[in-house]
Design a protein around this ligand. Structure first.
Ligand code: MG
Length: 174
């Protein structure tokens, strides 16, 4: 029997991208910090400031500086024993992030087969049994089963299970 294939998004699922972006905001525009309570930055930053943040993401180095989400490393290591794992991350949207992201995986997830990192923004192309992602738009057209990773209340109803943390993933019945 072949093992199930689980695909994980990287930013805001495996990697604590949000904390990294909040550090950037605190350093540059601390007056907006009180609005960064889990909301996506594009939802509350003025367009010109969001453009600066976007430029920082496009430069790429930022992605090598981030910490793992709590529990991500140990749970992924455990799942590796029973499932085929993929990491699917929007590298094509941020071309300069590709090398930093692969390095991040090698550094923080030494047990993970880095050849299973898929740098692709169109996640409907991915063939897997499950996709765990923090953005519902990536799950809507995914051909397997989607799981939304979200610790904040979802704004619109979603047609899939929701997990709030890696503890929830650890106990999920795949
Ligand atoms: Mg994400």
């Amino acid at each position: 029997m072949t093992s199930k294939r689980l695909a994980f998004d990287m930013d805001r699922v495996i990697v604590d991208t949000y904390s990294g972006q909040k550090t950037w905001l605190a350093d540059n525009y601390p007056e907006f910090m009180d609005q960064a309570n889990g909301r996506y930055f594009r939802e509350f930053l003025p367009e010109s400031i969001f453009a600066e943040l976007w430029d920082m993401l496009l430069e790429g180095h930022f992605f090598s500086t981030l910490e793992p989400m709590p529990g991500a490393v140990s749970t992924l290591e455990k799942l590796t024993k029973n499932y085929e794992l993929l990491i699917v991350t929007a590298g094509t949207m941020f071309p300069n992030s590709c090398a930093p992201k692969i390095e991040w995986v090698k550094t923080h997830l030494p047990f993970f087969n880095h050849e299973n990192v898929v740098l692709c923004s169109n996640k409907s192309l991915i063939l897997a049994d499950y996709l765990i992602d923090d953005q519902y738009k990536h799950l809507e057209h995914f051909t397997g089963k989607g799981i939304l990773f979200s610790s904040s209340p979802t704004q619109a109803p979603v047609n899939c299970p929701i997990v709030k943390s890696w503890r929830d993933i650890d106990s999920f019945d795949f």
